[in-house]
Design a protein around this ligand. Structure first.
Ligand code: FE2
Ligand code: FE2
Length: 139
């Protein structure tokens, strides 16, 4: 069983947002595997950077997509992204100061936040897309 298991209840748009979320789940699992295997700082650091960059990019992409489709709770949603980024940036600062426990903290933080955020908050976008007939047929 994967560290961060994808669930069907995490499907949002059968499109770009799901692709981003899948990629994030894969990266969290990759980081977890690397840390539990005791891979060196070079490997772990590379995955961490990719994960942090990809998370930032995803949140921006998602907000743009929400704007494009007229998602009504965008302001609130942006606030929850900003709050999460604050926590993430604090971890990045710790990493810069050389703390070695950051990798496992990062995979836990992202797994826990993403699995709840996607299922509760991003899911509201799915409801909006459905209601406004913007989902592809059959999804
Ligand atoms: Fe998302
Ligand atoms: Fe989101």
């Amino acid at each position: 069983m994967a560290y961060f298991e994808w669930g069907d209840d995490m499907v949002i748009d059968n499109g770009p947002i799901d692709q981003d979320h899948h990629k994030l789940v894969d990266l969290v699992n990759e980081l977890h595997t690397a840390t539990t295997r005791g891979e060196g700082q070079a490997v772990v650091g590379k995955i961490m950077s990719e994960l942090i960059f990809y998370t930032r990019d995803h949140l921006v992409r998602e907000e743009r997509e929400m704007e494009r489709v007229g998602f009504p709770d965008l302001v609130e949603h942006k606030r929850s992204h900003a709050l999460f980024m604050e926590g993430l940036n604090q971890l990045v600062d710790k990493q810069a100061k050389g703390s070695i426990t950051i990798a496992s903290q990062l995979s836990t933080l992202l797994r826990d936040w993403l699995s709840i955020h996607i299922r509760r908050s991003d899911h509201a976008l799915r409801v909006h897309l459905k209601k406004s007939h913007q989902l592809p047929r059959g999804s």
